[in-house]
Design a protein around this ligand. Structure first.
Ligand code: PHE
Ligand code: FE
Length: 289
């Protein structure tokens, strides 16, 4: 299931689910480890087991290589244990939050190489589908690639770029880049298409759909095309944007976005399922390169 992400805080008509009275001014809180029940640990174990079994042939090699860095699989890990390894690997840390947080605190944490991880877990009724991020989505989906140096630097740059976008009134445009890369990105490996986006990797249904289905559009990531494209938060994506490598993603997003935002603001938005005559629609899923 797709998980809503922090940039869309406040977009939903429901109040956020976490207890924000626990949070400090920067929205972080201690991981409430004592609150996890035996049933929570079991749900996490079952989510992890199902998802890990699906990864070969569908998840990017970098993700599969990094997943064991999360440590324990049979219960919810303690964030401090992950941090011992993560900080040594890329100088990133994870911090607990009660759920979705507003844009500026979110960008600020990322810019400081702190990744906010929701500490509560979905209920067993939400095993297959949850619309907002929980500890499984955030840990399993996002944290492994923070062990990858190039991707880790990209996420920090995104946070810095977010603070700048906020000042320029361009958060919506930038959030589409987050959505179509960090949440729903696909990567072309030498042996075919794979997923690297957390929203795909933490969803059993969308992992197979995003990589294998004939239905969605798959087009090369391009800044303006991606920033113009709206997205759906409660269905599988109708369009996925594809990169060739994390280095390509890093290099493509390195230039100053101020002129890019100006151009994109003058262009019409595109529907989530739009296909333009000059889009190179890719069919790598069924025809590996
Ligand atoms: N280069 C972008 C800017 O100038 C910042 C950015 C980097 C945004 C990487 C997203 C990802 O605003
Ligand atoms: Fe997410």
């Amino acid at each position: 299931a797709p998980a809503a992400e922090p940039v869309v805080y406040g977009q939903s008509d429901r109040p956020p689910r976490g207890d924000y009275s626990r949070a400090a001014a920067d929205y972080t809180c201690p991981q409430n480890y004592a609150a996890y029940t035996a049933a929570d640990h079991d749900t996490y174990r079952r989510l992890y087991e199902r998802q890990a079994a699906l990864l070969p042939g569908l998840a990017s090699d970098e993700f599969i290589a990094a997943l064991p860095s999360l440590g324990v699989k049979d219960h919810i890990p303690r964030f401090e244990e992950i941090n011992e390894r993560l900080y040594r690997a890329t100088r990133w840390e994870i911090v607990a939050v009660p759920g979705l947080i507003p844009e500026v605190p979110f960008f600020t944490l990322l810019a400081n190489r702190k990744f906010p991880v929701t500490d509560w877990l979905r209920t067993p009724e939400e095993f297959d589908y949850i619309v907002e991020p929980d500890v499984f989505h955030d840990l399993f989906g996002h944290v492994p690639l923070l062990f990858n140096p190039v991707f880790a630097d990209y996420v920090q740059r995104y946070g810095q770029g977010g603070l700048k976008a906020h000042a320029l009134g361009a958060c919506e445009l930038l959030s589409r880049l987050y959505w179509y890369t960090i949440e729903f990105g696909l990567i072309r490996q030498s042996d075919g298409l794979r997923a690297y986006g957390a929203g795909i990797l933490s969803s059993a249904g969308e992992l197979q759909y995003a990589v294998r289905s004939e239905e969605p559009h798959r087009i090369p990531l391009a800044l303006e095309r991606t920033m113009r494209t709206r997205y759906k938060i409660d269905t599988y994506q109708q369009t996925y944007f594809v990169i060739d490598s994390f280095q390509q993603l890093f290099d493509m997003t390195a230039p100053d976005f101020a002129p890019v935002y100006e151009r994109v603001k003058g262009l019409p938005e595109l529907a989530a399922d739009a296909l333009l005559s000059n889009d190179e629609r890719q069919r790598w899923a069924t025809k590996p390169t």
